[in-house]
Design a protein around this ligand. Structure first.
Ligand SMILES: Cc1ncc(COP(=O)(O)O)c(C=O)c1O
Length: 467
């Protein structure tokens, strides 16, 4: 049993767990690196300590200074627990979409938290990226950690995570699987393992299906902290310098559903309560192991604990609301779900209007829609995966557009601010009674969600009519 003189000494040195239940029937052994056992609960403690020590060495961070960073949460926790202990002020900018638990944890460690939108074009002055940069310029003695481009981030993994895995597996590791956020983990760990093994270790990037890292369309996904989302109005997209693309041999593109349900299985079957990005990584590891023999040894990295996601990805109610879970709520739950009233090919009934459409174009779409109402989604050139619920910006209906035209608007005018509120949503696995309650409370229609994306519209006729 270890005795530490300082909490920072307890960063790193995490164990490997065999995924004996999930790997059953697959060719290779799979071990998971339990990074949630770091003192701050995630792999990011390593990068935070490394970046702070390097900034102190370089004189960028001095006594009385302020540490600033934008983060999906975990890097902020690492910076707060190391930084506050050394007497620094710590200000963390966090996405307004991050799980609520993360900002609560940051405050509990004594960090100041600012939230700002990330669902904006990168150039927008209110985007989190610019908010933290402005703070860093305004506050004397401030240092922006900038994990995205800070070489001390991947370097933490070259010095610690990589050598630990080589030692823990006695040099027998053949495949390393990890997600990519800033890219620090995969670049540093993967790069080290390739170098020490003379190129024998294959590095696999576990990427959300729509992330642009592995060639997706950049549309939003539900797994936090990994992949690369691109707002459709972003002019110039930069990839982090912490991500060294040449280290990744290949990708597994994992849909949200597979990631989220794999994270759920990890808790239920392996006793590992981990976050959704661990689900993505393990889903990729399972796919990898399927094609390999018993001499192969796959190591997958589990970045953080599930305790930060109890209100979202690890809640069955949340999974059902977004259309990720359809199984009965309890073994004797007989209540029909929304799916049971949709009939075959429900998606045929969905029409969405682009936010870039003109009044005339919107009207043409609405003419074919029963009920004359449709959701409006952000225009995304090259969209391949359907409309994500988070890209719905409002709704339009025939009556509203006809009224605008009658009042003198031109059919070529943009929809602009003539949007109504977004329609309510219901998950395809939620009880029919939930949908009935929504439609009974004055809404014309609800959007049925399957895997976080719009599947079809549901109105009163459909609910009452034959399935
Ligand atoms: C939960 C979680 N998973 C994965 C990652 C990705 O790690 P990296 O930034 O080293 O690529 C992060 C980074 O913040 C994370 O917080």
């Amino acid at each position: 049993m270890a005795v530490y003189e300082s909490v920072t000494d307890a960063i790193g040195g995490t164990p490997l767990f065999r995924l004996s239940r999930l790997e059953e029937g697959l060719g290779a052994r799979i071990y998971a690196k339990a990074e949630f056992l770091n003192i701050g609960g995630s792999v990011k403690d390593r990068a935070a300590l490394s970046m702070i020590e390097s900034a102190e060495r370089d004189g960028l961070l001095r006594p009385g200074g302020t540490i600033i960073e934008s983060t999906s949460g975990n890097t902020g926790i690492g910076l707060a627990l190391v930084g506050r202990g050394r007497g620094y002020r710590v200000i963390i900018g966090i996405s307004d979409r991050a799980a609520r638990e993360k900002s609560d944890i940051l405050r509990a460690y004594g960090a100041e938290v600012v939230t700002a939108p990330t669902a904006l074009p990168k150039e927008h002055p209110d985007h989190l990226f610019h908010v933290v940069r402005r703070l860093a310029e305004e506050i004397p003695g401030a240092w922006l950690a900038n994990q995205y481009d800070n070489p001390a981030n991947p370097d933490a993994h070259v010095r610690t995570t990589g050598p630990e895995l080589w030692e823990q597996t006695g040099g027998r590791i053949t495949h390393f699987v990890a997600g990519i956020g800033t890219g620090g983990t995969i670049s540093g760990t993967g790069g080290y393992l390739k170098q020490v093994s003379g190129g024998r270790v294959t590095v696999i990037g576990a990427d959300p299906e729509t992330s642009v890292y592995s060639g997706g369309d950049g549309s939003p996904y539900f797994v936090e902290s990994i992949g690369h989302f691109v707002h459709p109005e972003t002019q110039e997209d930069h990839w982090p310098e912490s991500y060294q693309r040449e280290v990744v041999d290949r990708f597994e593109q994992i849909p949200d559903r597979e990631s989220l349900l794999t994270a759920r299985r990890l808790a239920r079957e392996e006793g590992l309560l981990v976050g959704p990005s661990s689900g993505t990584a393990v889903a990729a590891a399972l796919r990898t192991a399927r094609g390999l023999g018993p001499d192969s040894l796959v190591v997958v990295l589990l970045p953080d604990s599930g305790r930060s996601y109890l209100s979202k990805a690890l809640s069955d109610d949340w999974l059902r609301e977004w259309g990720f879970l359809e199984e009965p709520r309890t073994p004797d739950d007989r209540e029909p779900t929304v799916r049971s009233v949709l009939g075959a090919a429900p998606e045929a009934g969905l029409a969405t209007v682009s936010s870039a459409a003109s009044l005339g174009e919107a009207l043409a779409v609405l003419r074919g829609v029963p009920g004359g109402v449709a959701p409006v989604a952000l225009a995304r050139p090259g969209r391949r995966n359907g409309v994500s619920a988070s890209e719905v910006v409002g709704s339009v209906d025939t009556a509203g557009i006809e009224a605008a035209l009658a009042a003198g608007a031109d059919p070529g005018d943009p929809l602009g601010d003539r949007l109504g509120a977004p329609l309510p949503t219901v998950g395809v696995g939620q009880p029919v009674s939930t949908a009935a309650a929504l439609l009974g409370s004055g809404h014309q229609a609800a959007v049925v969600l399957e895997n976080g994306r719009a599947l079809c519209l549901l109105n009163r006729d459909r609910l009452d009519g034959p399935a």
